[in-house]
Design a protein. Structure first.
Lengths: 411, 178
């Protein structure tokens, strides 16, 4: 029979002794159909009482063979598939793929096209972080957060619908720029919404940051040091939460990010709470970048938004109907758009971390290889490190704070 | 010569390395497969490339040697990238694991084994990552058709289990015997 003191010392207990909360290891299965795993992640947990001694993630339940699909569809047609990787930030995936192809093709995007891309990427980042706040809130008992964030996300989706023509799966980006320019009116609406959104972020923070339950369930949970985070290839807000200031938008600027003023949010302790704080600050910084991008859009009104290169960029429709050459260009691009021989990789700072496409071309319209460097997979990989010797209830906090989307992890 | 190449050059003294620059300007080092691990160790310890971005392969079927194993690293201090490439043949393809240097390469290597059938010697727990454990093929090889190879042994087994599963006739939507 166990004494009372032993029972309450369960967190420091050992496998020996007659402690009823410890003893034989029990294997417990979590997922893939578990609401707190944010998709179809399966965890094999070895439990010693309530303490997790070993955790093994099992991924692949949403594997759709995107890389093989890219090889058989060809460069152009794969754009729609990039939307379906990380389906909460489709525009970010579009841009990442387009940037890799542009590096391969040696194509420059006109200034206005870059500004539109930055605006859309930052709006997607806001949307993705709102999903994180809402779903992690619902997992940890703050159900109201879900409604608050999804109210904002709904407004954002309405704006994206007006901007790109779709709420989700936008496929708005093209090689060499973006599909279309936008009305000033939509830009004004986005500006108005951003004003409102900044007050909404304060509201989110006032609901969570000082919330006792939220604080206790996130503070000092899932701690990972800066060195370990780097060794385990952790990236994005999860790496910055560990106190490592690394943001590809600052380190290797692309799409003209060097023109925008923004700060990189960095944590200090590397726990779930710091990762939360980093993401909340990124919401504000993204809104700040969006406001600057809207200002730049006003200045570059009427500028080119799509590169003028008939090897890769479709001609305008009205010209196709009146000019034989343009018709031939259109036919060539749609049927057989070849990219030069070579290979290229380009990584961007998506809301989850470094999202990159490694593309290898043999000079035909179909890739030899299109490897998707998914930040989510690297974040899932760190789960055993973060969860070892923690309580079973911490799985929910840790999974939530790592913020991965299985569509991207499994590809 | 770019600055990355200059910085990396002293670290690689004595190794048979061919360097080139890829289309986006990344330094690419072509090494024999046997020297890949040593190159990567020196890149990490001397040249400061502290994070593994990905490990993958390219299948050049029917050319021989068939596979190119590609490692990419990032130096977080200098925000520089380097790519290491080694060619290996199609019969029993294997290279040495780098998980002892970069634990974060474990999943990438598992994925590479899963998709291309390239073994990483010394990897603790090299098993399939995305496909089912009992799967028999390597889907990203060029001789694997995109529509899949069906019905293979695994699918037949799943089908058999589904057919033999007892049906609970009490459930409201269960198929009723006529």
């Amino acid at each position: 029979m166990a004494t009372t003191t032993k029972v309450f010392e369960y967190n420091r207990g050992s496998l020996e002794g007659d402690d009823p909360l410890h003893g034989e290891l029990m294997e417990l299965n979590m997922g893939p159909q578990h609401p707190a795993t944010h998709g179809v992640l399966r965890l094999r947990v070895m439990l010693d009482g309530e303490t997790m001694r070993e955790v093994e993630p099992d991924v692949g339940y949403l594997h759709r063979g995107k890389e093989k699909t890219c090889e058989s569809l060809g460069w152009r047609k794969f754009f729609v598939h990039t939307d379906r990787l990380d389906y909460v930030q489709p525009l970010m995936n579009n841009v990442s793929y387009a940037l890799a192809l542009e590096k391969l093709a040696g194509l420059e995007v006109p200034e206005r096209g870059q500004i539109i891309r930055v605006l859309l990427m930052e709006l997607s980042r806001i949307g993705a972080h709102l999903i994180y706040l809402g779903t992690t809130g619902i997992d940890l008992g703050a159900v109201t957060m879900f409604f608050f964030t999804f109210k904002e996300r709904e407004a954002l989706y309405t704006l994206l619908d007006a901007y790109t023509g779709h709420r989700m799966n936008n496929t708005y980006v093209r090689i060499g720029g973006v599909y279309a320019d936008v009305e000033d009116e939509v830009g004004r609406e986005i500006g108005k919404w951003l004003e409102h959104f900044l007050t909404a972020v304060d509201e989110f923070e006032s609901m969570l940051s000082g919330n006792r339950i939220w604080y206790d369930r996130n503070r000092d949970i899932g701690v990972i040091s800066k060195e370990l985070a780097l060794a385990w290839s952790l990236n994005g807000p999860n790496l910055r939460g560990s106190g490592f200031e690394f943001d590809l938008r600052k380190q290797t600027p692309y799409s003209g990010y060097e023109r925008y003023k923004f700060d990189v949010a960095v944590g200090t302790r590397g726990d779930c709470y710091d990762r939360y704080l980093v993401r909340v600050e990124e919401l504000r910084q993204s809104a700040r970048i969006c406001q600057q991008a809207l200002e730049l859009l006003k200045q570059t009104k009427g500028g080119e938004f799509l590169a003028d290169d008939r090897r890769f960029v479709l001609p305008p429709k009205d010209k196709v109907r009146s000019s034989m050459e343009e018709l031939i260009h259109q036919f060539k691009i749609v049927t057989d758009m070849a990219l030069p021989v070579g290979e290229a990789y380009f990584g961007i700072e998506s809301s989850k971390g470094e999202l990159g496409f490694y593309v290898v071309s043999d000079g035909t319209s179909h890739p030899v290889r299109c490897h998707i460097r998914a930040p989510g997979l690297m974040n899932v990989q760190a789960i055993p490190v973060l969860m070892k010797d923690r309580l079973y209830s911490d799985t929910v906090s840790i999974i939530g704070s790592l913020d991965f989307v299985m569509g991207e992890v499994d590809r | 010569m770019s600055t990355t190449a200059e910085r990396v050059q002293p670290a690689l003294a004595g190794l048979a390395v061919q360097s080139s620059t890829s289309r986006e300007g990344t330094l690419t080092l072509e090494v024999p497969a046997a020297a890949a691990w040593e190159t990567i160790r020196r890149l990490k310890e001397t040249a400061g490339f502290d994070t593994n971005t990905f490990v993958t392969a390219v299948d050049r079927f029917p050319a021989e040697p068939r596979f190119e194993v590609v490692w990419q690293f990032l130096s977080s201090a200098n925000a520089e990238r380097v790519r290491v490439r080694a060619r290996i043949g199609g019969t029993d393809p294997r290279v040495r694991t780098i998980t002892d240097l970069f634990p974060g390469a474990a999943y990438s290597e598992r994925e590479c084994w899963d998709m291309f059938g390239i073994r990483f010697d010394g990897h603790a727990g090299l098993k399939r990552l995305l496909m089912p454990q009992a799967y028999e093929h390597f889907p990203l090889r060029k001789d694997f058709p995109h529509q899949g190879i069906e019905p293979d042994r695994l699918y037949r087994e799943w089908d058999r289990v589904r057919r033999e599963r007892p049906v609970n006739r009490d459930l409201p939507h269960a198929p009723q015997e006529s």
